[in-house]
Design a protein. Sequence first.
Length: 90
Amino acid sequence: MTPTFLGIDISKNDFHVVLLKEERGSKPKKFTNNTAGFESLNQWLKKQGVEEVHACRSATSIYGDALAEFLYEAGYQVSVLNPARIFMVC
């Protein structure tokens, strides 16, 4: 089974994601950076047929901490990476 990855670009007010599933990338999707946005992301992942995902985001600010915790508590694998190494890991 090919792993599924979720790339996250986060800012204070919102975040963009791209889903890489079976070597195909989705179009970028935008969500608000709050609990409602996190829930919307989770529902979107389910609609995409995602059961397991490795979510990756850069460690450039604290804006993504709540999202990382939400995804982890939802059962997804989460990596918060040094931006200088992000393309080498995910």
